[in-house]
Design a protein around this ligand. Structure first.
Ligand code: SAM
Length: 282
């Protein structure tokens, strides 16, 4: 398995290389599942500290310890920024965590989940129920294709688009390009909005700035918000929200059955540390 090593004492460790100067190591108790798809190596591991971990090509995607923080922040914030969306598109999101959060809103009528790799969904449904859930809401339509190709040519279809992608390498690289955001803009209705994960403000400022600038060029209203997700390198994680119309996050529609987000966090997550304000707003 990519990144997995066995020490002389028999211990297994997953080493995730962030760059040449930093790696994170997870002590692994058991390999629960592993398979090679057309796109990537998929594994689900039981770790000592983070519970179950989904790993794609040696990179940790989500864990049962803190996956809910990320999934709640990338789902509930755009829903509360829109006035009761009906038609939502999720690009990526194969662990089904985002789809499960969206299912908490009865006014959403349809959730299209466009994931390039059917084997990620299948693996998580069987081995990562803590995130994928026991059952999938019938409003979720899973479509297995490239998210960038799917959204191209769509006009005026969605209220909200959520880009829950892996890091900008391999199949997800295209999900960080300007043309992809432009196609998302076109696919949205006139009061539509989008959100994407824009990486770590501490480690990936170049990716964050590029995503923010791309979205800012297209959308009249662009805002950045953050959350702390210990699994992701740097801890502090960013999300960029682009909206065609001016918006205010509405706490009165926020779902109550959450573990992390509440009405105070909903508002406070848009308050940015000084260095980030300077980088983004100049
Ligand atoms: N929350 C995670 C994170 O921030 O690292 C990402 C979760 S989810 C597992 C990411 C998914 O995006 C993966 O299942 C991957 O297969 C999918 N993906 C990557 N490139 C894609 C593309 N071009 N179109 C659709 N899905 C894609």
């Amino acid at each position: 398995l990519k990144g997995l090593t066995q020490k002389e004492n028999g211990e297994m460790w997953l080493e995730e290389f962030e760059n040449n100067g930093f790696k994170a190591s997870y002590k692994i108790k058991e390999i629960l599942h592993t398979t090679q798809s057309q796109f990537q190596e998929i594994s689900i591991l039981e770790s000592e500290m983070f519970g179950k971990i989904l790993v794609l090509d040696g990179i940790v995607q989500t864990t049962s310890l803190d996956g809910h923080i990320y999934n709640e922040m990338i789902s509930h914030v755009p829903i509360c920024a829109h006035h009761k969306p009906k038609n939502v598109l999720v690009i990526g999101g194969g662990d089904l965590g985002v789809a499960n959060e969206l299912s908490k809103y009865p006014f959403i009528e349809n959730i299209d989940l466009v994931e390039i790799d059917a084997l990620v969904v299948e693996s998580c449904k069987t081995h990562l129920k803590e995130i994928a859930g026991e059952t999938t809401d019938p409003r979720v339509q899973a479509l297995y294709e490239d998210g960038a190709a799917f959204v191209k040519g769509k006009k005026n279809v969605y209220d909200v688009v959520i880009v829950d992608s892996s890091d900008p390498i391999g199949p997800a690289e295209i999900l960080f390009h300007y043309d992809f955001y432009k196609d998302i803009y076109e696919s949205l209705k006139e009061d539509g909005l989008m959100v994407c994960q824009s990486q770590s403000p501490i480690f990936h400022m170049n990716v964050l700035k590029q995503s923010f600038q791309n979205i800012h060029q297209l959308f009249s209203f662009t805002r950045l918000y953050t959350a702390v997700v210990p699994t992701y390198p740097g801890g502090l994680w960013s999300f960029t929200l682009g909206s065609k119309k001016e918006f205010k996050v509405k706490k009165d529609i926020l779902a109550t059955n959450t573990k992390y987000i509440n009405s105070k966090i909903l508002k406070a997550s848009f308050k940015l540390p000084q260095f980030l304000k300077q980088e983004i707003l100049g």
